[in-house]
Design a protein around this ligand. Sequence first.
Ligand code: 8LK
Length: 255
Amino acid sequence: MIELFPLKGFTIGGMNIVKKIVSKMANSLASPTSVLSHPFTVAVEGNVGSGKTTFLNYFNKFDNVGVFAEPIDLWRNCNGYNLLDLMYKDPKKWSFTFQSYVQLTMLRQHQKKIHQPVKLMERSLYSARYCFVEKMSRDGLMAAPSVAVIDEWFKYITKFEDTKVDLIVYLKTSPEVAYERILKRNRSEERTVPFEYIQALHDIHEDWLCRKTLHNCVAPVIILNADLDRSVIEEEYERFGPHILNKMPLQAEVL
Ligand code: 8LK
Protein backbone atom coordinates (compact mmCIF):
# COMPACT_ATOMS: atom_id res chain seq x y z
CA MET A 1 0.00 0.00 0.00
CA ILE A 2 1.25 3.50 -0.86
CA GLU A 3 2.22 5.37 2.28
CA LEU A 4 -0.34 8.19 2.18
CA PHE A 5 0.77 9.43 5.53
CA PRO A 6 4.42 9.67 6.39
CA LEU A 7 3.20 10.12 9.96
CA LYS A 8 3.97 7.26 12.30
CA GLY A 9 0.73 7.71 14.26
CA PHE A 10 0.16 5.91 17.48
CA THR A 11 -1.02 2.43 18.25
CA ILE A 12 -3.84 1.14 20.39
CA GLY A 13 -4.13 -2.61 20.83
CA GLY A 14 -1.57 -3.18 18.08
CA MET A 15 -3.45 -0.96 15.54
CA ASN A 16 -2.02 2.15 13.99
CA ILE A 17 -4.78 4.70 14.49
CA VAL A 18 -3.68 7.18 11.81
CA LYS A 19 -3.50 4.39 9.22
CA LYS A 20 -6.91 3.11 10.28
CA ILE A 21 -8.57 6.52 9.96
CA VAL A 22 -7.00 7.17 6.55
CA SER A 23 -8.04 3.76 5.28
CA LYS A 24 -11.62 4.32 6.55
CA MET A 25 -11.77 7.69 4.79
CA ALA A 26 -10.46 6.18 1.56
CA ASN A 27 -13.00 3.36 1.78
CA SER A 28 -15.89 5.67 2.39
CA LEU A 29 -14.94 7.79 -0.62
CA ALA A 30 -14.58 4.82 -2.92
CA SER A 31 -17.49 2.72 -1.76
CA PRO A 32 -20.75 2.94 -3.71
CA THR A 33 -22.59 2.35 -0.45
CA SER A 34 -21.22 5.39 1.32
CA VAL A 35 -23.73 7.42 3.31
CA LEU A 36 -25.42 10.12 1.26
CA SER A 37 -25.85 13.56 2.74
CA HIS A 38 -29.40 13.86 1.39
CA PRO A 39 -31.07 10.88 -0.25
CA PHE A 40 -34.14 11.42 -2.44
CA THR A 41 -36.68 11.46 0.38
CA VAL A 42 -40.26 10.29 -0.12
CA ALA A 43 -42.90 10.75 2.60
CA VAL A 44 -45.71 8.22 2.36
CA GLU A 45 -48.82 9.92 3.67
CA GLY A 46 -52.41 8.87 4.16
CA ASN A 47 -55.21 8.23 6.60
CA VAL A 48 -55.10 5.55 9.27
CA GLY A 49 -55.90 2.32 7.37
CA SER A 50 -54.77 3.63 3.97
CA GLY A 51 -52.34 0.74 3.37
CA LYS A 52 -49.02 2.41 4.10
CA THR A 53 -47.46 -0.78 5.45
CA THR A 54 -48.39 -2.74 2.32
CA PHE A 55 -46.88 0.04 0.21
CA LEU A 56 -43.63 0.10 2.21
CA ASN A 57 -43.33 -3.69 2.11
CA TYR A 58 -43.58 -3.61 -1.67
CA PHE A 59 -40.81 -1.01 -2.09
CA ASN A 60 -38.62 -2.59 0.56
CA LYS A 61 -37.52 -5.21 -1.99
CA PHE A 62 -35.58 -2.67 -4.07
CA ASP A 63 -31.86 -2.50 -3.28
CA ASN A 64 -31.66 1.24 -3.79
CA VAL A 65 -34.40 2.03 -1.27
CA GLY A 66 -34.13 2.47 2.50
CA VAL A 67 -37.50 2.11 4.23
CA PHE A 68 -38.46 3.68 7.54
CA ALA A 69 -41.74 2.51 9.03
CA GLU A 70 -43.54 4.63 11.60
CA PRO A 71 -41.84 4.13 14.99
CA ILE A 72 -45.03 2.82 16.58
CA ASP A 73 -43.10 0.50 18.93
CA LEU A 74 -41.49 3.55 20.51
CA TRP A 75 -44.89 5.21 20.91
CA ARG A 76 -46.12 2.05 22.60
CA ASN A 77 -43.19 1.95 24.95
CA CYS A 78 -41.70 5.23 26.10
CA ASN A 79 -39.84 4.15 29.20
CA GLY A 80 -42.61 1.62 29.85
CA TYR A 81 -45.57 3.87 28.97
CA ASN A 82 -47.86 3.15 26.03
CA LEU A 83 -48.41 6.74 24.90
CA LEU A 84 -50.50 5.69 21.88
CA ASP A 85 -52.91 3.87 24.16
CA LEU A 86 -53.03 6.72 26.66
CA MET A 87 -53.72 9.19 23.85
CA TYR A 88 -56.69 7.20 22.52
CA LYS A 89 -58.05 6.43 26.02
CA ASP A 90 -57.85 9.98 27.37
CA PRO A 91 -57.02 12.34 24.48
CA LYS A 92 -57.60 15.54 26.42
CA LYS A 93 -54.99 14.56 28.96
CA TRP A 94 -52.41 12.86 26.73
CA SER A 95 -52.57 14.35 23.21
CA PHE A 96 -49.82 16.86 23.86
CA THR A 97 -47.55 14.29 25.51
CA PHE A 98 -48.10 11.85 22.66
CA GLN A 99 -47.55 14.40 19.89
CA SER A 100 -44.42 15.77 21.58
CA TYR A 101 -42.95 12.29 21.48
CA VAL A 102 -44.16 11.72 17.90
CA GLN A 103 -42.35 14.90 16.89
CA LEU A 104 -39.10 13.76 18.50
CA THR A 105 -39.27 10.27 17.01
CA MET A 106 -40.17 11.59 13.55
CA LEU A 107 -37.22 13.98 13.70
CA ARG A 108 -35.00 10.97 14.36
CA GLN A 109 -36.48 9.25 11.30
CA HIS A 110 -35.64 12.29 9.16
CA GLN A 111 -32.10 12.34 10.55
CA LYS A 112 -31.32 8.66 9.97
CA LYS A 113 -28.51 8.23 7.50
CA ILE A 114 -28.71 5.57 4.81
CA HIS A 115 -26.50 4.13 2.09
CA GLN A 116 -29.27 3.86 -0.50
CA PRO A 117 -30.09 6.81 -2.79
CA VAL A 118 -33.86 6.68 -2.04
CA LYS A 119 -35.39 7.01 1.42
CA LEU A 120 -39.04 6.06 2.00
CA MET A 121 -40.56 7.33 5.21
CA GLU A 122 -43.93 6.37 6.62
CA ARG A 123 -45.39 9.79 7.39
CA SER A 124 -43.25 12.76 8.40
CA LEU A 125 -42.83 15.70 10.74
CA TYR A 126 -45.18 17.52 8.37
CA SER A 127 -48.16 15.19 8.67
CA ALA A 128 -47.55 15.08 12.42
CA ARG A 129 -48.14 18.83 12.59
CA TYR A 130 -50.45 19.46 9.64
CA CYS A 131 -52.81 16.50 10.11
CA PHE A 132 -52.67 15.04 13.62
CA VAL A 133 -51.89 18.09 15.74
CA GLU A 134 -54.30 19.98 13.49
CA LYS A 135 -57.09 17.54 14.29
CA MET A 136 -56.40 17.54 18.04
CA SER A 137 -56.30 21.31 18.06
CA ARG A 138 -59.61 21.61 16.16
CA ASP A 139 -61.27 19.18 18.58
CA GLY A 140 -60.04 21.10 21.61
CA LEU A 141 -58.02 18.07 22.69
CA MET A 142 -54.83 20.10 22.60
CA ALA A 143 -55.00 23.55 24.13
CA ALA A 144 -53.70 26.55 22.17
CA PRO A 145 -50.63 27.04 24.42
CA SER A 146 -49.65 23.38 23.88
CA VAL A 147 -50.01 23.78 20.11
CA ALA A 148 -47.82 26.89 20.37
CA VAL A 149 -45.06 24.87 22.07
CA ILE A 150 -45.27 22.14 19.40
CA ASP A 151 -45.08 24.88 16.75
CA GLU A 152 -42.00 26.49 18.26
CA TRP A 153 -40.21 23.14 18.24
CA PHE A 154 -41.48 22.46 14.71
CA LYS A 155 -40.16 25.79 13.38
CA TYR A 156 -36.80 25.31 15.07
CA ILE A 157 -36.38 21.72 13.87
CA THR A 158 -37.41 22.36 10.27
CA LYS A 159 -35.13 25.37 10.09
CA PHE A 160 -31.96 23.86 11.52
CA GLU A 161 -32.22 20.15 10.63
CA ASP A 162 -32.39 18.46 7.25
CA THR A 163 -36.05 17.47 7.19
CA LYS A 164 -36.45 18.09 3.47
CA VAL A 165 -38.99 15.92 1.68
CA ASP A 166 -38.56 15.64 -2.11
CA LEU A 167 -41.79 13.84 -2.92
CA ILE A 168 -45.02 13.02 -1.16
CA VAL A 169 -46.93 9.86 -2.04
CA TYR A 170 -50.51 10.28 -0.90
CA LEU A 171 -52.34 7.00 -0.46
CA LYS A 172 -55.82 8.28 -1.02
CA THR A 173 -58.64 6.20 0.39
CA SER A 174 -62.29 6.79 0.97
CA PRO A 175 -62.90 7.08 4.72
CA GLU A 176 -65.25 4.07 4.52
CA VAL A 177 -62.54 1.76 3.14
CA ALA A 178 -59.95 3.06 5.63
CA TYR A 179 -62.36 2.49 8.51
CA GLU A 180 -63.16 -1.02 7.39
CA ARG A 181 -59.45 -1.87 7.29
CA ILE A 182 -58.96 -0.46 10.80
CA LEU A 183 -61.77 -2.67 12.10
CA LYS A 184 -60.29 -5.66 10.31
CA ARG A 185 -56.72 -5.25 11.60
CA ASN A 186 -58.09 -4.79 15.13
CA ARG A 187 -55.13 -2.95 16.67
CA SER A 188 -55.90 -2.84 20.39
CA GLU A 189 -55.26 0.92 20.82
CA GLU A 190 -57.52 1.79 17.87
CA ARG A 191 -60.63 -0.03 19.09
CA THR A 192 -62.29 3.18 20.25
CA VAL A 193 -61.62 5.21 17.07
CA PRO A 194 -64.98 6.41 15.71
CA PHE A 195 -65.75 6.72 12.00
CA GLU A 196 -66.10 10.50 12.38
CA TYR A 197 -62.41 10.72 13.36
CA ILE A 198 -61.35 8.92 10.17
CA GLN A 199 -63.71 11.07 8.10
CA ALA A 200 -62.25 14.28 9.58
CA LEU A 201 -58.66 13.08 9.18
CA HIS A 202 -59.48 12.28 5.55
CA ASP A 203 -60.77 15.82 4.97
CA ILE A 204 -57.61 17.27 6.53
CA HIS A 205 -55.39 15.15 4.24
CA GLU A 206 -57.44 16.23 1.23
CA ASP A 207 -57.16 19.91 2.19
CA TRP A 208 -53.42 19.57 2.73
CA LEU A 209 -52.43 17.41 -0.26
CA CYS A 210 -55.17 17.68 -2.90
CA ARG A 211 -56.92 21.00 -2.51
CA LYS A 212 -53.74 22.57 -1.03
CA THR A 213 -55.81 24.90 1.10
CA LEU A 214 -54.32 23.89 4.45
CA HIS A 215 -50.83 24.68 5.72
CA ASN A 216 -47.94 24.15 3.38
CA CYS A 217 -47.48 21.45 0.79
CA VAL A 218 -43.75 20.85 1.16
CA ALA A 219 -43.13 18.72 -1.96
CA PRO A 220 -44.79 17.59 -5.21
CA VAL A 221 -47.57 15.09 -4.54
CA ILE A 222 -48.34 11.80 -6.28
CA ILE A 223 -51.84 10.58 -5.54
CA LEU A 224 -52.46 6.84 -5.60
CA ASN A 225 -55.82 5.12 -5.53
CA ALA A 226 -55.33 3.24 -2.27
CA ASP A 227 -58.92 1.96 -2.18
CA LEU A 228 -57.79 -0.76 -4.56
CA ASP A 229 -57.67 -4.26 -3.17
CA ARG A 230 -54.34 -5.85 -2.22
CA SER A 231 -54.65 -8.21 -5.20
CA VAL A 232 -54.44 -5.36 -7.73
CA ILE A 233 -52.74 -2.52 -5.88
CA GLU A 234 -49.26 -3.50 -7.11
CA GLU A 235 -50.26 -2.31 -10.60
CA GLU A 236 -50.96 1.09 -9.10
CA TYR A 237 -47.56 1.06 -7.36
CA GLU A 238 -45.83 0.08 -10.60
CA ARG A 239 -47.54 2.90 -12.49
CA PHE A 240 -45.71 5.40 -10.29
CA GLY A 241 -42.65 3.28 -9.46
CA PRO A 242 -40.15 5.17 -11.68
CA HIS A 243 -41.09 8.49 -10.08
CA ILE A 244 -40.99 7.09 -6.56
CA LEU A 245 -37.60 5.52 -7.22
CA ASN A 246 -36.37 8.83 -8.69
CA LYS A 247 -35.70 7.25 -12.08
CA MET A 248 -38.07 9.53 -13.97
CA PRO A 249 -38.82 13.20 -13.35
CA LEU A 250 -42.41 14.05 -12.56
CA GLN A 251 -44.54 15.32 -15.43
CA ALA A 252 -47.13 17.95 -14.80
CA GLU A 253 -49.94 15.49 -15.53
CA VAL A 254 -49.18 13.23 -12.57
CA LEU A 255 -48.97 16.09 -10.09
O1 8LK B 1 -50.27 5.17 12.81
C1 8LK B 1 -50.41 4.44 13.94
C2 8LK B 1 -51.41 5.03 14.90
O2 8LK B 1 -50.90 6.22 15.47
C3 8LK B 1 -52.73 5.38 14.27
O3 8LK B 1 -53.77 4.97 15.15
C4 8LK B 1 -52.73 6.88 14.17
C5 8LK B 1 -51.81 7.30 15.28
N1 8LK B 1 -51.01 8.48 14.95
C6 8LK B 1 -51.26 9.69 15.57
O4 8LK B 1 -52.20 9.77 16.37
N2 8LK B 1 -50.47 10.77 15.32
C7 8LK B 1 -49.49 10.65 14.41
C8 8LK B 1 -49.25 9.43 13.74
C9 8LK B 1 -50.03 8.34 14.03
C10 8LK B 1 -48.19 9.63 12.86
C11 8LK B 1 -47.82 10.93 13.02
C12 8LK B 1 -46.70 11.60 12.29
N3 8LK B 1 -48.60 11.55 13.96
